[in-house]
Design a protein around this ligand. Sequence first.
Ligand SMILES: [Zn+2]
Length: 277
Amino acid sequence: MFIEIFFLFIMGLVLGSFANVCIYRMPRDMSVIKPASHCTNCNGFIKWYDNIPIISYLFLRGKCRNCGSKISFIYPAIEFLCGLLFVSMYFVFGFTYSLLPFCLLVFSLLVITAIDFEFQIIPDEFSFMLMIVGFVTSFFNPFLGDVFGQRILNSFIGFLAGGGSLFAVAVIGKWIFKKDAMGGGDIKLMAGVGAFVGWEKVLFAIFIASVFGSIVGIFLILLKKIIKRQEIAFGPYLALGSYLVLFLPSPNVIIGYLMVAEENFLAKYIFSNLQNF
Ligand SMILES: [Zn+2]
């Protein structure tokens, strides 16, 4: 178990390094492959030994070897977080086939969160990739049922539920508020997530995102710190909700549990009253 976790953590660190490249370059319409990593201040290329996740940052004390400008703490933080996210998937799936596609999902959620937070865009590349990978790997995805055919169907239903529900919100929101209430990026993202987790979990993820989004929104209004930009990105909340549902049981299981608890409570109440009677 330890060796698997260690391997996943290292893989997460390395891909976290690539996540930083995506986060910086994709919203700026730059290629994520070429050119090789370079300092954003002096443009000097970064040697491989200065590009080792976290270790190089610590060794260089957060400064570019060439020009000495400060390297943001965000870079090693993203690498570390990506390592942790990958390891967390081991605790959901173990060392099974689903580990790989779901590592890709959490990697995408991490990059999307960072880009949407700063630029209010969700790159289509990620959403489309999630739709395809979610659907293609659905036949061994334990979230989507027990049987081969059922899983493929559930992946497609999840895709429709995730995209369709936010599309409905967008249409109704536009009709009521006469302006865009929901971005197309959010719709495509949740269609992709739905293909991975099925309709119950994707709707649950949207619900969690709405709750967190509302809490933070109210908090910001109370603090009168509503940011000047018109739209507040919903993507980070959707990503958070999508991540959390990987660990939570499906809503019907939770409701079922609550109903059983309720019945027990009622049974006890009736019983105690009968005794009094
Ligand atoms: Zn530099």
